[in-house]
Ligand binder design. Structure first.
Ligand SMILES: N[C@@H](CCC(=O)N[C@@H](CS)C(=O)NCC(=O)O)C(=O)O
Length: 209
């Protein structure tokens, strides 16, 4: 049996959507960051880095959204990743960029202390993070131009990952409505029953007007 550890509204929403879209059976457990549940000795045995998501399988735990999403598609839902090797490489490339650039830009805004020890530079790190994050959202908006889903005609696990950043942009008050392609795609995402179920379970900000 699979078990997903996630935190509502965190990047783990990507894996949560991937699992729900796959149709495979899984258990899930929400961890509260406010209560530091990602750092309990019990959870650190699952992910010693103290981060979500983690997917526990019969053969051990997997961490990192990119790996979890590729695994879900490979094992349970091949239609959720391209079969063609080049298209699959592009899908992984996009998820690597999400993980290595887009996500850390956002982290600079909320956790500047992770990137410098001198509090004097925190405001600058936050401002730079905000600029970089907005630039990434604009890039995603451009990637979605003329497309139904982020890879083209087919919905994939990469779409669930891209939704995380739309929610985060909304959370910090960025002008998301100005990103026309991203906003129209977000509305298509919200119309998918599996996505809606996950967002309701996580009480997502994306469901607020
Ligand atoms: N690259 C990782 C990032 C994991 C990560 O940083 N998760 C955050 C939530 S978005 C977390 O668990 N934060 C808890 C903490 O920093 O204590 C992935 O995509 O899985």
């Amino acid at each position: 049996m699979l078990k997903l550890y996630y935190a509502p509204g965190a990047c783990s929403t990507a894996s949560h959507i991937g699992l729900e879209e796959s149709g495979t059976k899984y258990d899930s457990q929400a961890l509260s960051f406010a209560k530091s549940e990602q750092r309990t000795p019990e959870y650190l045995k699952i992910n010693p880095r103290g981060r979500v998501p983690a997917l526990v399988t019969d053969e051990g735990a997997i961490v990192e959204n990119t790996a979890i999403l590729d695994y879900i598609a490979a094992k349970y839902a091949p239609h959720l990743m391209p079969k063609d090797p080049l298209k699959r490489a592009h899908a992984i490339s996009l998820m690597a960029w999400f993980s290595n650039n887009v996500h850390p830009a956002f982290t600079h805004i909320g956790r500047p202390e992770r990137f410098a020890t001198d509090p004097a530079v925190y405001e600058n790190l936050k401002a730079t993070g905000r600029e970089n994050f907005l630039a990434a959202l604009k890039e995603i908006d451009g990637l979605l131009a003329g497309k139904q889903w982020i890879l083209g005609d087919e919905f994939s696990v990469v779409d669930g990952y891209a939704l995380v950043f739309y929610g985060w942009g909304k959370r910090i008050g960025l002008p998301m409505g100005e990103l026309k392609n991203y906003t129209a795609w977000k509305d298509r995402m919200l119309a998918r029953p599996a996505v809606k179920r996950v967002l309701e379970r996580e009480q997502s900000i994306l469901l607020a007007a």
